[in-house]
Design a protein around this ligand. Structure first.
Ligand code: ZN
Length: 142
């Protein structure tokens, strides 16, 4: 199995069996974002415990890239401090820009989205969840 096949499999697994899908009643920070170029819609819910992301959930509709990215992101940021989560978002955008040499941490499943960087039209799909994360964490600061 080639690396591309493996990555495709990871993406489809997150798309078909999304982690952390469904907004909970607890409240927390809610961010709605829309990607007009593809029609993806996403709502992200962050439940903070002080400076730490305690839980992250999402709800939305869209292509496999946008939804699997949201599933991966919500899994990856749970338990991270705000600073760590923002750093991960920055690393993700480096991958999308093809600047992988700047990324020092192991991003796990998220690496499966690496191939998206070759398709500029789809980058906005992959980054939608991460934009929502950044927006949500910044709102908390005010
Ligand atoms: Zn999309």
């Amino acid at each position: 199995m080639s690396l591309d096949d493996l990555y495709r499999r990871v993406i489809m697994d997150h798309y078909q069996h999304p982690r952390n899908k469904g907004i909970r009643s607890e409240g927390g920070i809610l961010v709605h974002l829309h990607n007009p170029s593809c029609g993806d819609r996403l709502t992200l819910q962050l439940i903070m415990d002080g400076d730490r992301v305690k839980e992250a959930y999402f709800e939305g509709e869209g292509c496999s890239i946008s939804m699997s990215s949201a599933s991966m992101m919500t899994e990856a940021v749970k338990g991270l401090t705000k600073k760590e989560a923002l750093k991960m978002a920055e690393n993700f955008s480096c991958i999308m820009l093809g600047e992988e040499e700047k990324v020092e941490e192991d991003l796990g499943d998220i690496e499966a989205l690496r191939g998206v960087s070759k398709f500029p039209a789809r980058i906005k799909c992959a980054t939608l969840a991460w934009k929502a994360l950044e927006k949500g964490l910044q709102e908390k600061e005010e």
